[in-house]
Design a protein around this ligand. Structure first.
Ligand SMILES: CC(C)(COP(=O)(O)OP(=O)(O)OC[C@H]1O[C@@H](n2cnc3c(N)ncnc32)[C@H](O)[C@@H]1OP(=O)(O)O)[C@@H](O)C(=O)NCCC(=O)NCCS
Length: 165
């Protein structure tokens, strides 16, 4: 199965809205946000987000495509309070494309970007409901540090994991 990955572009607002809302609707227990909250945002919100994540030194979104179809995404963002620490958020792959290494490739891509910006630690939160994601992260070298917090939107618990880059 062939796929490509590229950084989001400034004019990808509608594209990123589509794939993010699909992620929130198919896997509502995997994320710290809701379909309802993000679907309520106007296109301008998504356009500004795309521009920021395309151009910033502090945050980036990478999108996986199969041919022209977006099939996965991940976001990286600098923690302004802790030098060298970046968050990895929003990992998602379309259900019909899972099990072909797309998430592993997205993770590697965002980690490479983080390292290129001087990042030394990648940190993420993974919910109890996302057992495949936890497997993915453990396989990539992330270790749970014991910190947990309840999800703001559901009954699941979020676990913090970290990886030195
Ligand atoms: C987690 C997710 C991103 C993985 O995407 P993917 O492209 O299928 O992952 P990959 O193909 O790169 O596989 C990564 C690992 O998970 C394993 N895996 C994939 N699908 C699996 C499944 N259904 N059951 C068990 N293991 C699975 C793979 O075998 C691989 O492990 P390995 O390296 O030991 O072989 C995808 O399942 C998803 O979008 N889930 C819902 C959203 C979510 O949980 N996001 C994470 C938020 S923190």
């Amino acid at each position: 199965m062939s796929f490509s990955i590229r950084r989001i572009r400034p004019d990808d607002g509608a594209l990123s809205r589509g794939i993010r809302l699909r992620a929130l609707s198919t896997d509502p227990l995997s994320f710290g946000s809701t379909y309802q909250a993000e679907a309520a945002q106007e296109l301008r919100f998504w356009s500004e987000s795309a521009k920021r994540h395309a151009e910033s030194e502090d945050c980036a979104i990478f999108i996986a495509f199969q041919q022209e179809e977006p099939v996965g995404l991940v976001r990286g963002g600098r923690d302004a309070t802790r030098p060298g620490c970046f968050f990895v958020h929003s990992m998602w792959v379309a259900p019909e494309q899972r099990g072909h290494g797309i998430a592993s490739a997205l993770l590697k891509r965002v980690e490479d970007w983080i390292a290129s910006k001087g990042g030394t630690t990648a940190e993420l939160m993974v919910t109890d409901a996302a057992s495949v994601a936890r497997h993915l992260y453990e396989g990539a070298g992330y270790v749970a540090d014991g910190y947990t917090e309840p999800s703001k939107h559901s009954g699941v618990v979020e676990h913090r994991m970290r990886k030195p880059l």
